[in-house]
Design a protein around this ligand. Sequence first.
Ligand SMILES: Cc1ncc(COP(=O)(O)O)c(C=O)c1O
Length: 383
Amino acid sequence: MNRIYMDHAASTPVHPLVAEEMLRVMTGTFGNASSVHAFGRDAKRIVSAAREKIAAAIGAKPHDLVFTSGGTESDNMALFGAAHARVDRGRHLLVSTIEHHAVLHAAERLTEQGFEVEYIPVDVRGRVDLDWIREHTRPDTTLISVMYANNEVGTVQPIHEIGAFAREQGVWFHTDAVQALGSLAVNCGELNVDLMSFSAHKINGPQGIGALYIAPHIKLPAMLHGGNQERKRRAGTENLAGMAGFAKAVELAVSSLEERHTDALRLRRELLEGLQAAIGEESFVVNGDPEHTLAHVVNISFPAVGTETMLMNLDMEGIAAASGSACTSGSLETSHVLRAMNLPEKVLNSAIRFSFGLGNTSEEIETVVKKIETIMARVRIKS
Ligand SMILES: Cc1ncc(COP(=O)(O)O)c(C=O)c1O
């Protein structure tokens, strides 16, 4: 069976040129970047080149980037770092309800440590309300954290506006740009953002490497203590091949942004039009914000079929899609994102996320549509 991968928001295939670059580094350079000899200097050059390449692609200065092990660590570093760095100003944080658990669970931990976290609600399309943020920002608010684009429904947030407001108030602004990088223009200098999280494996780079952008005026306490790497902001011997691969992935993603966007829009349109023709528009609902969305993430509910049933049936047909729901003790928990959007129960419990990327074709979309049609017919007969 030919398998079809439509779960690029979870992780992506490594681009062949990224793999080539990583292999070049792994087989050619094995020194420790902290060593003073020539092997160490070679390693250091790779770290610096990767940092410079990524910084240039996202409008940052090389020193503003700290390499991390991925989006989770970047989000944790931003939240814990900012909260603890600013206790003189206060202990109040605003965090959106639809953040990734890397932010939400960090926020929960901060609450246990005596911080006060208020959760920014979203509308039915998953957008935060700027007026709500304005009304709930206080003199003791230290950080606002709102993701650039959501991983489950693709909704893109008004980052520029939130950032401008936060700057005006002297509140630091963190945005999780893990899903946005490679899909939306990311320019750290222009976005009014103080802290921005990135991850390589969402853009055809390797797993286990990411970065946190830290604006020049911000000082965060380190979370990992040890050597002097990353200008003492994150100790640990550098992941040379990961950094080189990440840099290559960013270069490829940013230079092909328009092409990727056009491809994703086409696949999205073909999926939705195909479903309309095959099962009728009354049989499904698209969740999210059609005006402000990542092109490559489409969250669709098929109210006649539960999420788990649809996912399992798709998997049996060789199609990989996702639900935003976490699997706890063998059963699916409803997605906190869809719940925050206040969607009806039937829509909540039948949502499937399709996300496109490298390698997906129109023929695959046709197959997916046909298989969904078959699955729906089979499930309808049974029920
Ligand atoms: C929006 C968002 N933030 C953070 C993460 C975590 O990134 P990583 O898998 O690199 O730790 C993900 C990954 O699913 C994500 O989608």
